[in-house]
Design a protein around this ligand. Structure first.
Ligand code: WT7
Length: 658
């Protein structure tokens, strides 16, 4: 094996192409991939028109496959067509295979798993949809979902989709303040939640967090509360809070789905950018659903009978697309995992795979790195023979973690798919295909169908043609599942994604196309930090810190971390007259961030400093802080533009002594 990751090829495992052992992959050679890819780029109308007819059910056919584009930000697909996402994910399978398991709920305690069939799912979704209607929710209204990983969360997604309400799922690890801001930005009229949550043996006070948030959410009329534990005395606000069980029990078993236009919004999902304000990324019905279905089919090589297990939380885009919409639209069995990889022991993932005979398994590099560190004994001795495709997502995977995943989990007989995508792309945009693409550990390999990639010179915006080039990653043409706008702020959508390099969708990531044409993602080029595959903005964390009464200024950077990929380091200047000697202050500041954003955004290190490095015009030079923390004080680059170059010496002392 070569030392250069660029020269290390892993061919498709022979087992995957052996019909005696595995179902035949849909795409079995790189030539077949290239042919289909070319067609998807050169004749998108034909390619996606056919795919949308094959994979989705329409109540009214579309005529115009593609309309508008990146230049004007008026992207539309499958115009004139009508369909309903919940019909596609539930009804059509409930009709053909009512007793097939739609969802395996693997509860926090391993002995409490539960199966839900498509027939049962249709009833549950219809009843909640009826309850929402009864509470006045109509097509176009927004419903906030703040729930743990329980089956009702998935039911909530689909009930909203059934009546044409936009769901706005807020990850249940967000604080009450972050929840409040997202509810208000989306004008949510209803909040769906639970009494408590369970995760890794711990209890989470879900409803209490909602109550705190709702102290300043004027748009919310109703809170529907599901019982996850039933253990606590949850305070219910009369006239506003109702029990889920009571609401649905009054509803009939079937409610007809609302016919939606292709471009009617399906959901909002908030994500961080380079400014402090989170963005409500909006996806629409047909294009998004097609991206979800097509990638589960081709990237995970889903075949009927497969058991699909995505370990993400439904609060992130990965959960939306690869727990809910993708697998269910194809009529698959999807696994909903409520716990964490180390509960009750670090064998949990492997027990789950063996117990449910999982065929596709999808997780983040950070989880793989954490489990690898705990030792091989936890993964040995479990029957992982059902696995065919192992996916990773969220951040670049380092070759050591890739090899461990391939050797210890895949036993060298599975495909590893390093899938690159974003909240805004809706579904995978760069990824290997299991039966077709020889992989290189650490490379996301090639673009998915319809993704016309470009690597641009960051300064001139000129496209860098050919191989062996590095620049910023962009896409030249709109594809079906690209986000359509930022809720309530189309101007910001244009400015963030479509204006930086006119005519292109700008990803915010740097990338290399190597000598063989393989794509390597190099990480964000903006002020976004990636901690355990969670996207955080430096500005958002800085503004959380500044809200603390002692803080005058803050600068946040991403530092390398062996397990989480990046971690947060914060440089804080205190207000005049405040002593930096209080031992509790750093702890208090960390708490402040947990409170304003959520525990996952907590800084790992706080430096209390006198001054921050700024240019004469007052612009913060985070680059210098990044270099200092990385131990590269000798390659700071040009510091002559600093208003006061002497601050650097003081910062060096601070960083080196802590
Ligand atoms: C950012 C998007 C999309 C699901 C999870 C995160 C990084 C994502 C990869 C990958 C290298 C990756 C990028 C991207 N990212 N997947 N396979 N290799 N980097 O969604 O919160 O929207 O974040 O995650 O930096 O821009 P997200």
């Amino acid at each position: 094996m070569s030392d250069h990751p660029e020269d290390t090829f892993f061919p498709v495992p022979a087992r995957l192409l052996d019909k005696a052992q595995c179902p035949e992959p849909y795409i079995t050679s790189v030539e077949q991939y290239q042919k289909m890819y070319r067609q998807s780029i050169d004749h998108p109308e034909e390619f996606f028109g056919k795919l949308a007819t094959e994979l989705l059910s329409w109540s009214k056919p579309f005529h115009t496959v593609r309309h508008g584009g990146l230049e004007h930000g008026d992207i539309a697909w499958f115009l004139e067509g009508q369909l309903n996402a919940s019909y596609n994910c539930v009804d059509r399978h409930a009709i053909s295979t009512p007793n097939k398991v739609a969802m395996i709920y693997e509860a926090d305690e391993p002995n409490q798993s539960e199966n839900i069939t498509y027939g049962e799912l249709l009833r549950k979704v219809s009843q909640l949809a009826g309850a929402l209607r009864a509470r006045g929710i109509r097509k176009g209204d927004t419903v906030a979902i703040y729930m743990p990983m329980i089956p009702e969360a998935v039911v909530a997604f689909l009930a909203c989709a059934r009546i044409g309400a936009l769901h706005s799922v807020v990850f249940a690890g967000f604080s009450s303040e972050a929840l409040r801001d997202r509810i208000n930005d989306g004008n949510s009229r209803v909040v769906l939640t639970s009494d408590q949550g369970k995760r890794g043996g711990k209890t989470i006070e879900t409803k209490k967090i909602v109550d705190e948030a709702l102290k300043s959410c004027p748009s919310v009329e109703t809170v529907i509360v599901c019982q996850r534990t039933g253990h606590s005395e949850v305070p219910m606000t009369p006239g506003r809070d109702v029990w889920w069980g009571d609401e649905v029990s009054r509803q009939p078993n079937y409610l007809a789905p609302e016919a939606m236009h292709s471009e009617d919004p399906l959901f909002l999902l908030y994500t961080s950018g380079s400014t402090g304000q989170p963005k409500g990324v909006m996806h629409t019905t047909a294009g998004y659903l097609l991206g979800a279905a097509a990638t589960v089919k081709y990237v995970f090589d889903y075949h009927p009978g497969d058991i699909f297990a995505c370990m993400a939380d439904v609060g992130w885009i990965t959960g939306h697309t690869y727990i809910v919409y993708g697998p269910l639209s194809l009529g698959a069995t999807t696994v909903l995992f409520e716990s964490i990889p180390t509960y009750p022991t670090p064998s949990r993932y492997w027990e789950l795979i063996a117990k449910h005979k999982v065929t596709q398994f999808y997780t983040a590099p950070t989880a793989i790195r954490a489990l690898r560190r705990l030792g091989d004994s936890w993964v040995e001795g479990h029957d992982l023979s059902s696995l065919r495709v192992l996916g990773t997502v969220g951040e670049p995977i380092n070759p050591e973690a890739w090899h461990w995943y391939n050797d210890k989990v895949g036993k060298g007989r599975c495909a590893i798919v390093d899938t690159y995508w974003q909240t805004e792309t809706g579904s995978h945009i760069i990824t290997p295909l299991p039966g077709a693409i020889a992989t290189k550990p650490g490379s996301a390999t090639f673009p998915f169908f319809g993704i016309d990639l470009a690597i641009l010179d960051p300064v001139t915006g000129k496209e860098l043609d050919g191989n062996d080039v590095t620049g910023v990653l962009a896409v030249k043409k709109a594809w079906p599942s690209i986000a359509r706008t930022i809720y309530g702020d189309h101007k910001r959508f244009m400015e963030t994604y479509l204006r930086p390099y006119p005519g292109y969708y700008f990803t915010g990531d740097g990338a290399t196309r190597d000598k063989d044409g393989y794509i390597w993602i190099r990480g964000r080029v903006d002020d976004v930090i990636n901690v355990s595959g969670h996207r955080l903005s430096t500005a958002e964390i800085e503004s959380a810190l500044i809200m603390h009464p002692t803080v005058a200024e803050a600068a946040v950077i991403g530092a390398n971390d062996d397990v989480t990929g990046q971690c947060i380091h914060a440089f804080v200047c205190l207000k005049p007259g405040i002593s930096s000697h209080s031992n509790d202050l750093p702890k208090e500041l960390i708490l402040q961030v947990r409170k304003v954003i959520g525990p996952f955004a907590a800084p790992k290190k706080i430096y209390l400093v006198e001054d921050l490095p700024k240019t004469r015009s007052g612009k913060l030079m985070r680059r210098i802080l990044r270099k200092l923390v990385a131990g590269e004080k000798d390659s700071l680059g040009d510091i002559s533009t600093l208003a006061d170059p002497s601050v650097v010496a003081a910062l060096i002392v601070k960083v080196e002594s802590s």
